[in-house]
Write a protein that binds this ligand. Structure first.
Ligand code: NAP
Length: 505
């Protein structure tokens, strides 16, 4: 493999990488390779092994449209099931043979002379006409730099790098954070530990999860009648899609969700003082709304203490809150989320004129064209790139729109005989102006909270400001005119001629 040239190199085997590989194969393109740093497929669903890990998008919707799974066992999928689903997809669509496991990408440079990407791995270099980065927005743990952390004498780990070798039975555990991950693992570890100290910097809005088992009878029904599953999926899709304007523009539409969350809190927490401490001081939807029936009951257990401050310092055997109060602990678990706008993977990508993507985005903010391509980085396709995240629906829908766009780009390259497409800076700038203008009115920007949706300068480079239908419409066709075409150069003549791309979609 080292030294080889491919039409496409894909990085990562989460939903993005596996799905892109399947769509390429379906389109009759075989000259691709997928580089995976781990030894199995699965992305975040392989890595997040914390107790209670479960998706907050319904099972039937959280799967590829071209690979329905009839035998989901719960209405919200458990992480093991999603992981197995991705493993099964890799086998069913025969993409596993194109995956190189244990192969992290250490650098990727655009070679302007030969008009191709040079991709470095510990095993050597390979080259590609196009590079698809499916590294995931929520893959790099945010290990908050708390002073004194190195002085702590017990186990310290993040929810995404859970240490199952640490037996929590009888321990005094400090949990930092009350986001999607923490509210899932806290109820699971609470019965085991001697004491749990939960540091809550900002209370989240929580609504009932309404999860239920899907029995073998229903699984058989879905297998026998795929149309039935399609109807359920459509219902799940549209019941979410109609809420979009509530988050992007029409604040009155949030009343229903706020009412549901408030009633949930009132039903589960009787003590008015605790209820007050658990009531978020910001508009519902500003941060991700959490689904849980077990969070409020867990934090009211006698062995749990809710501490309403950020963490200021860590000392041997203790965690100190921002108020200066010391809390004894022999284990610390960070539920502090991910480095979304400062993902270190961007620092490995170098485009035209030696511009480093990490440096560029640190200086100017994270931006792309249609969340997929970046001016100055020809033929680089970012899966779930800037402003493709959703607050209301399934990211798999967004990914499938991006797969279609990439196939369109490959097809246009083959038809026009060009080496690469580079988005025109003016078009990318106008696009981002539009997106940011729309986001300014959204609850994510103006709801009175700080979250991983926003970067250090208060811009929102993460979420899509419209319906997923609009996203799909805008990516349905590869818009050649938005791009500068880079002609093939003689030096690249040894590259295999682009094969005709089947439509496939
Ligand atoms: P998160 O939502 O970003 O939550 C991080 C938590 O850590 C917040 O409560 C935050 O407080 C707190 N925090 C961060 N730095 C802190 C500090 N220095 N001191 C004290 N507290 C600090 O992270 P996450 O829970 O891992 O979830 C991230 C995203 O992953 C979610 O939004 C979701 O998209 C996805 N996810 C989904 C699921 C699911 O499908 N059910 C499960 C897990 C994750 P503040 O609120 O004050 O910032």
């Amino acid at each position: 493999m080292p030294g080889s040239h491919h039409r496409i190199v894909i990085i990562g085997t989460g939903f993005a990488g596996v799905g892109m590989a399947i769509r390429l194969r379906q389109a009759g393109i075989d000259d691709f390779v997928v580089l995976e740093r781990a030894e199995t497929v699965g992305g975040v669903w392989r890595d997040n092994v914390y107790p209670g890990c479960q998706c907050d998008v319904p099972s039937h919707l959280y799967s590829y449209s071209f690979a329905p799974k009839a035998d989901w066992t719960r209405s919200y999928p458990l992480r093991e099931e999603i992981w197995r689903y991705l493993e099964d997809c890799a086998d069913q669509f025969d993409v596993r043979r194109s995956i190189r496991f244990n192969t992290p990408v250490t650098a990727a440079h655009w070679d302007e002379h030969r008009r191709r990407w040079r991709i470095e791995t510990p095993d050597g270099e390979l080259t590609a006409d196009a590079l698809v980065a499916g590294v995931g927005a929520l893959s790099e743990p945010n290990l908050t730099d708390v002073p004194g952390i190195e002085s702590f004498d017990g186990p310290v780990f993040h929810s995404a790098t859970w240490r199952h070798d640490v037996d929590l039975t009888g321990r005094t555990v400090a949990v930092i954070g009350t986001g999607s991950s923490a509210i899932q693992f806290v109820p699971r570890i609470q019965p085991l530990v001697e004491k749990l100290v939960v540091f809550q910097r900002t209370p989240p809005w929580v609504v009932p999860q309404m999860d239920a088992a899907i029995g073998p009878e229903w699984q058989r029904r879905y297998a026998r009648h795929p149309w039935l599953q399609r109807i359920v999926r459509l219902w799940q899709y549209w019941s979410r899609e109609v809420t979009v304007s509530g988050w992007t523009r029409m604040s009155f539409m949030r009343h229903v969700t706020r009412h549901v969350a408030t009633k949930h809190l009132e039903r589960q927490v009787v003590d008015p003082d605790l209820r007050r401490r658990l009531t978020p001081p910001y508009e519902i939807g500003c941060k991700r709304i959490l689904l849980s029936d077990t969070w409020y009951p867990a934090i009211q257990k006698p062995n749990v203490e809710l501490v309403e401050t950020a963490v200021r310092e860590i000392r041997p055997g203790a965690v100190v809150g921002a108020d200066g109060v010391e809390h004894a602990a022999d284990t610390i678990i960070f539920g502090t989320g991910f480095r979304v706008t400062t993902h270190p993977g961007f620092d490995h990508i170098v485009g035209r004129d030696g511009v480093n993507l990490g440096d560029l985005w640190r200086e100017k903010g994270m931006e792309a064209y249609l969340g997929t391509t970046v001016a100055g980085f020809p033929n680089l396709f970012l899966m779930t790139g800037p402003n493709t995240g959703l607050g209301h629906s399934s990211i798999v829908f967004i990914l499938e729109s991006q797969f279609t766009y990439v196939l369109g780009a490959l097809r246009a390259m083959a038809e026009r005989g060009v080496a690469a497409f580079d988005p025109r800076p003016a078009i990318q700038a106008a696009y981002n102006l539009e997106i940011q203008k729309r986001l300014a009115k959204s609850v994510w920007n103006s709801g009175g909270c700080s979250s991983w949706y926003l970067d250090a300068r208060g811009q929102n480079p993460t979420l899509w400001p419209g319906s997923t239908i609009e996203f799909r419409r805008r990516l349905r066709k590869f818009d050649v005119d938005a791009y500068e075409s880079l002609e093939r150069v003689a030096a690249a003549a040894d590259a295999p001629a682009a094969a005709a791309v089947g439509t496939g979609d």
